[in-house]
Design a protein around this ligand. Structure first.
Ligand code: SAM
Length: 218
């Protein structure tokens, strides 16, 4: 069964120089090469356990010659501008923010944060990246949000509402996105009821607002 998550991530790459940060067992480089999307991939991994598994998996699939596997923290030991696309998938939004939090890169990011979407959007805004696509992929009942960002001449205007609901995601009128917004609204309302923290109420209100807007559109 072809993974919808991997297909979507790999569908957004541009150019032939791809870096996969935090490759874990190397699913993304294997998918890219087996589908002839690139000729070579560079992959980094911080931890020895996954690094060894990735190494074995690349060899087993006869792809070890085409994958440059490096033990590294993010792209710290690399020159990121050598890469046309940098993929960082399957990590929390805060960790991805920490990894990209420098001014070095000016190509395309394809990001798959597992949580803290707002935080990641804010980091991209601070780094003057524009969010050009947001796509929700539901696989095995898990919501996977893919964010694609690039530096553009015109700076994207992202106010708090857009940071919370997503500047591109809000235009996807699918039932899956509606369900995500409903779950998020209830989640923040519940947190507000338990804590009286007004920030949670504000977030819940933003999701309510986007749900009302979608209702009018459909
Ligand atoms: C859940 S896995 C994601 C696997 C893969 N990217 C995917 O989407 O299929 C996250 C991986 O990132 C690695 N990692 C975490 N922080 C990292 C960092 N700063 N630099 C490189 N790898 C990191 C972890 O060791 C782990 O193997």
């Amino acid at each position: 069964m072809i993974s919808k998550r991997l297909t979507t991530i790999c569908n957004f790459i541009i150019g032939d120089h791809v870096l996969d940060i935090g490759t874990d067992h190397g699913l993304i480089p294997i998918f890219l090469l087996q589908n002839n999307l690139v000729n070579r991939v560079t992959a980094t991994e911080l931890n020895d356990g996954p690094l060894e598994i990735a190494k074995k998996s690349f060899k087993k699939n006869h792809l070890d010659e085409q994958i440059n596997l490096i033990k590294a923290d993010g792209f710290k030991t690399l020159n990121p501008d050598e890469f046309s696309t940098i993929i960082i998938a399957g990590m929390g939004g805060t960790l991805i923010s920490q990894i990209i939090n420098n001014d070095l890169y000016s190509g395309r990011y394809v990001l798959h944060p597992t949580n803290n979407f707002r935080k990641l959007r804010e980091t991209l805004k601070t780094l003057k990246f524009t969010i050009i696509h947001e796509q929700l992929v539901v696989e095995n009942k898990i919501n996977n949000l893919i964010i694609v960002a690039e530096k553009t001449i015109k700076i994207q205007h992202l106010n708090e509402y857009n940071l919370v609901v997503g500047p591109k995601l809000k235009f996807d009128l699918s039932q899956e996105v509606t369900n995500l917004y409903k779950t998020s609204k209830d989640y923040y309302l519940d947190l507000y009821n338990k804590s009286s923290n007004k920030d949670y109420k504000k977030k819940s209100n933003y999701f309510e607002k986007v749900l009302k807007w979608r209702n009018k559109k459909s």
